[in-house]
Design a protein around this ligand. Sequence first.
Ligand code: SD4
Length: 329
Amino acid sequence: MLTRRKTLIGAAALAAPVWALAQQRGAARVVSTWDFGVGANQAAWKVLGSRGAALDAVEQGARWAEGELCNATVGRCGYPDREGYLTLDASIMDGDGRCGSVAALEDIRHPISVARRVMEKTPHVMLVGAGAQQFALEQGFAREALLTDAARKAWREWKLESRYQPKMNVERLSTSRPGDSANHDTLGLLAIDSQGRLAGACTTSGMAWKLRGRVGDSPIIGAGLYVDNEAGAATASGVGEEMIRNAASFLVVEMMRQGKSPQEACVAALERIVHKREAASKQLQVCLLAMNKHGEVGACALHHGFTYALCDHDQDRRLLEAPSVYPKS
Ligand code: SD4
C-alpha cells in the first residue's frame, strides 16, 4: 500500500519548481505560508532587501500578521478556545540554534516579539500561559484585550453546536458559515539573508475552539519550526497534533541534512505521517514548507489547497500552490 502511495506521491509532489533551481547563491529570500504570506513577506523584505538579518526579517513579517492582519487565525483577530479565551502561540529560531517561544499567551499583541525576548533575555526556550504574560509585561509589552467582537460572535455561534471539527485550508475560504468558520491557519516564515544566515518564525492563535490549555505545534521547536544554518529550515501549518507526533519540522530539516532537496524532504515527512496514521491523514491537513541552506524552497501538503508566498530580489509577491499527497477531491 505504502509502496503504491509512494509512487503517487512521487508523481504528484516531487517535481521541483523551476524557480527553485534558479536561486542564486548569496541572494536573500523569504517564504511564508498561505495567501497572507504575501503581506508578511513584504514586511520581511524591508529588512532582507537592505541586507538586514534573517532573524529580524522573520520577526517583522510575523509582527505584520499579528498587528495588521485580521483573519481569525493569527494574532489579535484570532478565534478563541471553547471557553472564549484567545490564546496565542509563537516561536522564533535563528540558524545558529538560538530559539524562543511562548504558548497560550493572552492579551499581548505581538507574541513573536515576546518569543524573541525569551530567546534573548532568559536562559529558557519556552514560557507559557500566565508566566509568559508576566514576562511580557515585565519586558514592557502592553496588556490589551484582544478578542474582537467578530471573534466573540463566532464563538457564541459555535457554542450552539459545540462541534470540534477542524476545517482544511480555512485561510483560503472567502465565505464561512458559523461553525464552519476559520479554525486554523498559521503564519510560518523562513528566510535566508544576504550573508547566508537562515531564520524562521511561526505565529498563530492555534485551532479555534480548542480545549483550554491546548498547545499546538507552532510554539514547539522541532514541530512547528526548526532552523539550522548547516542544513535548512522548515515550518508547518495544519493540525498541530500531527506535527508534534512526528517532530515534523525537525524531520524535514534532518532529511535535508541527509541530502534531500527541500521538496523531497517535505514529501518524505508527509509520507511518515501517512504511514503512521493513514486513516487520520485522510481527514486532516498538514502543510510543510522548507528552505535549504542554499535558499532553495520546497512545499507539500497532505491535501490540496496549501498556498505559500515567495519573495526575493526578482519577484516580491509570488503566490504558489503546493502539491499534495492526496489528489484534489
Ligand atoms: C495549531 N498548527 O495550533 C496550528 C494551527 C494551524 O493551519 O497551523 N493551522 O495546531
